[in-house]
Design a binder for this molecule. Structure first.
Ligand SMILES: Nc1ncnc2c1ncn2[C@@H]1O[C@H](COP(=O)(O)OP(=O)(O)OP(=O)(O)O)[C@@H](O)[C@H]1O
Ligand SMILES: [Mg+2]
Length: 294
């Protein structure tokens, strides 16, 4: 069942002025409930503009966007859809203003009337989901490390218990390990609660690990959408979208150039090992794979 239906969406910023920019053109896309989608594209391709239509921040210039049970052209619906669709902005920690981490996570739910133990339960559950230790809840957000502050910002959105969770570059500027922890926790949330997740990322390795389906944007247009494995094995599309292929996909391409074709394109190191091991075992007897100490 689709929970997002986008039909011929065009968005033009400042129409009819010298600043006019066609940020999105004729985008059509449906997302099923419970799916994890990775939205990919070069800088300025329209990713952030697209997702701002999904939580009521922007309305289409032309076309139609239906979310859950409403249409974002309907102003009344647009005003309340942010409660149900959680959007974690690019660099969300810049929007943290509260005195304590607890207060910051509690801000959204408190706004919609959640109080007392229901509120504290939501805060601690959200903090737990992103791996933010309890003892940090009473500290000043300014004292947190970059990774912890990002987790606090994500927890603030999770505390709203959104049906659809959108993360705009959640790992930007973080250490690879911090990025991995955040994405693993989001994946777990998707698995346990069936939350629909839209992940914007520049890292195709992350998309390969976490997404069911990939959507590629190029200069405001939909270049391709399809199952992760299918899209990632299309080097032509990745080149066209100006995206760096995942390491294992690049390795497969280079092996093919050397005349060694793998039966399929591995999307992560574990799959690569599984596909390469039988081939390496065949040559083990004849080729010195490692130098033995004498
Ligand atoms: N608030 C705005 N006002 C005017 N133009 C904008 C605005 N936001 C984005 N744009 C323009 O719309 C186009 C798409 O921008 P958008 O921010 O959606 O791209 P993006 O794919 O999210 O890029 P990035 O990877 O850098 O975050 C760009 O040409 C950008 O300059
Ligand atoms: Mg953006």
């Amino acid at each position: 069942m689709p929970c997002i239906e986008i039909e011929n969406l065009t968005h033009i910023y400042f129409p009819g002025t010298p600043l006019e920019t066609a940020a999105l053109q004729q985008i059509s896309l449906a997302v099923d409930q419970g799916e994890t989608i990775a939205l990919l594209g070069a800088t300025g391709s329209g990713k952030s503009t697209l997702v701002r239509h999904l939580n009521g921040l922007l309305a289409p210039t032309t076309g139609r966007v239906r979310i859950l049970d409403g249409d974002v052209a309907d102003k009344k619906f647009r005003r309340q859809v942010w409660r149900r669709v959680g959007l974690v902005f690019q660099f969300p920690e810049r929007q943290i203003f509260s005195a304590t981490v607890y207060e910051d996570i509690a801000f959204g739910p408190r706004n919609i009337g959640v109080i007392g133990t229901a509120l504290s339960e939501r805060v601690s559950q959200a903090a737990q989901t992103v791996g933010l230790p309890d003892e940090l809840l009473q500290t000043d957000p300014a004292e947190l490390s970059g990774g912890m502050r990002r987790r606090a910002a994500i927890a603030g959105v999770l505390a709203m218990r959104p049906e659809i969770l959108i993360l705009d570059e959640p790992g930007a500027g973080l250490e690879p390990r911090a990025r991995e922890i955040i994405l693993q926790q989001v994946k777990e949330l998707q698995r346990v609660q069936g939350t629909t997740v839209i992940l914007i990322t520049h890292h195709l390795d992350d998309a390969a690990l976490y997404a069911d389906r990939l959507v590629l944007l190029q200069k405001g247009r939909l270049l391709a959408a399809g199952p992760t494995g299918e899209i990632l094995s299309r080097y032509d599309l990745l080149d066209e979208a100006d995206l760096e292929p995942p390491f294992t996909v690049e390795l497969t391409r280079r092996l093919a150039a050397e005349g060694l074709n793998l039966p399929q394109t591995p999307l992560n190191p574990a799959e690569a090992a599984r596909l390469l091991a039988p081939l390496l075992k065949c040559v083990k007897g004849t080729v010195p794979l490692a130098h033995k100490k004498t």
